[in-house]
Design a binder for this molecule. Structure first.
Ligand code: R1P
Ligand code: URA
Length: 289
């Protein structure tokens, strides 16, 4: 937005055409289905798999593209790194009409059974970040929406991508908060043993945004899921830049297509939500039953 532009109010800043302050998008610009990578560079890469794509807006860490994937109107907005900027993205996308969010990230796996390059679909996230605590008490669960998660699993199976499903931990810190030594080897006693403990309670992976996305989505009655590429493994000490990212992107795009078909069936049948009946009907419609 141009310097000096007067916005509607200090508490809900939008411009005269309805563009929200940080993202610079307005109602109609973005789909109800939005993919949320942290990295702005990943937005273009996500869009490169679409049939048609156009740049909607760019401001700070937020780059937004919209387009068509297999006929479905779809968008992608980068969140930047960490929960504060991610919560802003969810807030502003919700204001312009988005209802379903899928994080498409990179992550560090905690267990040697998860290969570098595999993908991890989150059922929920430990809220080791500060932003969601400014919204709601710490006991409130950061759970993914079951239908979005099922669509991600279904997409991974359809595409033959190796996936894992389980709990994620979202941290506010890439280094010390994920038990990586800080500068000069700094690691406070309360972070030592964190990885072993999280592994012992069956947490699969570290990243930095899922908990904020899930918490806000639950508070607002929206839907959210997350798929991340394991670029690092904290048990084997492997780290391969970009490993599995294309697979995570393909799974997320395909999950949007699948969800849109399930949503259509839910609408036609008057069901409350995606259910086993929806899935059966979907398999019939795609000629697989
Ligand atoms: O690759 P993205 O989506 O940014 O995700 C991961 O990468 C960043 C840290 O390197 C954090 O944002 C973390 O969650
Ligand atoms: O180890 C990792 C890798 C990617 N992103 C993270 O937050 N942690």
């Amino acid at each position: 937005m141009e310097r000096g532009k007067k916005l509607s109010s200090a508490s809900a800043p939008v411009d005269e055409s309805g563009r929200v302050y940080h993202l610079g998008v307005k109602p109609g610009d973005v789909s109800k289905y939005v993919l949320l990578p942290g990295d702005p560079g990943r937005v273009k890469r996500i869009a490169s798999f679409w049939d048609k794509a156009w740049r909607v807006a760019e401001h700070r860490e937020y780059l937004t593209f919209s387009g068509r994937y297999k006929g479905v109107f779809i968008s992608a907005t980068s969140t930047g790194i960490g929960s504060p900027s991610t919560a802003i993205a969810v807030e502003e996308l919700a204001r312009v009409g988005s209802t379903t969010f899928i994080r498409v990230g990179t992550t560090g796996a905690l267990n040697r059974n998860i290969g570098v390059g595999d993908i991890i679909i989150s059922t929920g996230a430990v809220r080791f970040e500060g932003t969601s605590k400014q919204y709601v008490f710490p006991e409130y669960p950061a759970v993914a929406s079951f239908d979005v998660t099922l669509a991600l699993i279904t997409a991974a199976e359809e595409l033959g991508v190796k996936y894992h499903v389980g709990l994620t931990v979202s941290s506010d810190s890439f280094y010390v908060g994920q038990e990586r030594p800080g500068y000069k080897g700094y690691l406070p006693p309360f972070q030592r043993g964190l990885i072993d403990f999280l592994r012992s309670v069956n947490v699969l992976n570290f990243e930095m945004e899922a908990a904020a996305i899930f918490t806000l989505a639950n508070i607002y009655g929206l839907r959210a899921g997350s798929v991340c590429a394991a670029i690092a493994n904290r048990e084997t000490e492997e780290f391969i830049v970009d490993a599995g990212v294309d697979d995570a992107i393909k799974v997320a795009n395909e999950a949007v297509k699948i969800l849109s078909e399930w949503d259509q069936i839910v609408g036609e049948t008057g069901s409350k939500t995606v259910s086993a009946k929806t899935i059966l009907e979907w398999y019939k419609r795609i000629g697989r039953l």
